[in-house]
Design a protein around this ligand. Structure first.
Ligand code: HEM
Ligand code: HEM
Length: 188
């Protein structure tokens, strides 16, 4: 198995970063769009893709613990290094907590979850009115919804810092930080 080295990241690292990263960006955008505008047709897609990304995010965390953290591509200032690590932690935790809180909100809210036609959690239909769904645990579902909402906006701030950092390293410092995450070899 090829692990990350200082000069080159493993294909697995690059692949998992962009698969999880681009999917999360898509989910943040569709999540806000659908909930702000009440576009209910998008909900099943958002929920299914959000659920599937949880497994890839878990694989990524396991890969990161086996692989260790990569050494900085260049001589970052200590404050930059600290900020980058805090942002990475927020992003990693969010890749796990966003799907989990979304699941809590939906499933404990009684709405169930289907992944492209495969029912993973059944909706909790009311006995009196089978057209209606009832919460399984109202308080926990509301807590999940609140985490999903506030963490969603926290991730957007963290991401702006993350992307600004990547662009600064590439265009201002001209170092190999972004190149390495694009799978290229960099000078030692
Ligand atoms: C256009 C969007 C993005 C760009 C340009 C970008 C760029 C980068 C770069 C250059 C690194 C390497 C940093 C280093 O070597 O110190 C990195 C690492 C990382 N990025 Fe991103 N990223 C993006 C989106 C995301 C998203 C959406 C997430 C989270 C869900 C994310 C999570 C991480 C994490 C956790 C790391 C630490 C290294 C690792 O675990 O593989 N990134 N990113
Ligand atoms: C990494 C995965 C995910 C991300 C980044 C994400 C992001 C978001 C964002 C930013 C919103 C808009 C803010 C809000 O109204 O809460 C949202 C809404 C929503 N998400 Fe997610 N989500 C993810 C996974 C999931 C999953 C797995 C489910 C359910 C199984 C889910 C269910 C929902 C629902 C039902 C809403 C609408 C809430 C409302 O209308 O009040 N999400 N999501």
């Amino acid at each position: 198995m090829q692990y990350d080295s200082h000069n080159k990241f493993a294909t697995t690292t690059v692949f998992l970063h962009w698969l999880v990263g681009l999917t999360i960006i898509g989910l943040l955008a569709t999540g806000i769009y659908m909930s702000e505008n009440g576009v209910y047709a998008l909900y099943p897609w958002h929920k299914a893709i959000g659920f599937l990304v949880l497994f890839v995010a878990l694989a990524r965390v396991i890969w990161r613990t086996k692989n260790g953290w990569p050494s900085a591509a260049a001589n970052y200032r200590p404050i930059e290094h600290k900020l980058a690590s805090i942002v990475h932690w927020v992003l990693i935790i969010a890749t796990l907590l966003m799907p989990i809180s979304g699941l809590m909100a939906s499933v404990l809210g009684g709405h169930g979850l289907s992944v492209f036609g495969l029912e993973v959690f059944a909706p909790n239909y009311s006995v009196e009115d089978p057209e209606k769904t009832l919460p399984i645990n109202y308080d926990l579902s509301k807590a999940g919804g609140a985490i999903h909402y506030y963490l969603g906006y926290t991730v957007i701030v963290a991401l702006m810092l993350h992307i600004a950092g990547a662009l600064k390293h590439h265009f201002v410092d001209n170092d190999g930080t972004l190149k390495r995450m694009l799978g290229k070899s960099i000078k030692a």
